[in-house]
Design a protein around this ligand. Structure first.
Ligand SMILES: [Fe+2]
Ligand SMILES: [Fe+2]
Length: 217
């Protein structure tokens, strides 16, 4: 299996293949959403002890067969069929991982929760980006302990730092190294871009520090 690499913006290997077959897409279900889901996926997979690689494949492929940005119940099954047609070897995963990935994609928009840690990481990564459509993620609809953390929900619900690049996400596959939640909150507080900016909507007025204080209180 060819390893995924990212050099000068050129991504090769299974992740490069997934990006090619996923194609271009803009809007609320496009690349910016996929990259934020990818960041969430790597964070959650790292914390839950499941494969960051499979979780990143989910981020890239789960919405790539949408036919519109509205009601499209067939887009999960179509994404699952696409992954099956590529096969586990091309995607750099085991047959079992492919089964889990296709299950996660097939059912990702049904509002379910799960005990399966890898499926949970995939679904939570997507739902933690709901703020882009003005919806604050509901902890009752998140499957993993890491995903339900109110500080994480607050961090994921502030998009002012922008979405990561694909190159950065691929590099994180080799070394997920991530700031701790406390470090992220300190960086959030110290960044004048964040503290001066007006919240985009009521949905983002719960800052990470306030969320942490609520938990502590
Ligand atoms: Fe979707
Ligand atoms: Fe999505």
């Amino acid at each position: 299996m060819t390893e995924t690499t990212a050099v000068d913006g050129m991504i090769t290997g299974p992740i490069g293949l997934a990006l090619v077959v996923a194609g271009e897409r803009e809007g609320i279900h496009g690349h910016e959403h996929w990259r934020r889901v990818g960041e969430n996926a790597i964070d959650l997979a790292h914390e839950e002890g499941v494969s960051c690689h499979v979780a990143l494949l989910f981020a890239i492929l789960h919405d790539c067969r949408r036919e519109n940005d509205g009601h499209d119940p067939g887009h999960g099954p179509r994404a699952a069929e696409l992954a099956e047609s590529l096969g586990h070897e091309a995607l750099g995963i085991t047959p079992d991982e492919l089964r889990t990935l296709t299950y996660a994609m097939h059912h990702h928009d049904r509002g379910q929760v799960t005990d399966d840690p890898l499926v949970g990481v995939c679904w939570d990564s997507d739902r933690l980006d709901l703020i882009r459509v003005g919806t604050r993620p509901d902890p009752a609809l998140l499957s993993t302990t890491s995903g339900r953390d109110p500080v994480r929900i607050a961090l994921c619900s502030d998009h002012r730092a922008g979405a990561p690049t694909w190159e950065r996400l691929v590099k994180r596959l080799a070394d997920p190294g991530r700031l701790t939640m406390d470090e992220q909150i300190r960086r959030f507080d110290a960044n004048p871009r964040f503290t001066r900016a007006k919240p985009e909507s009521d949905a983002v007025t719960v800052t990470p520090r306030r969320a942490r204080a609520r938990v502590a209180g």
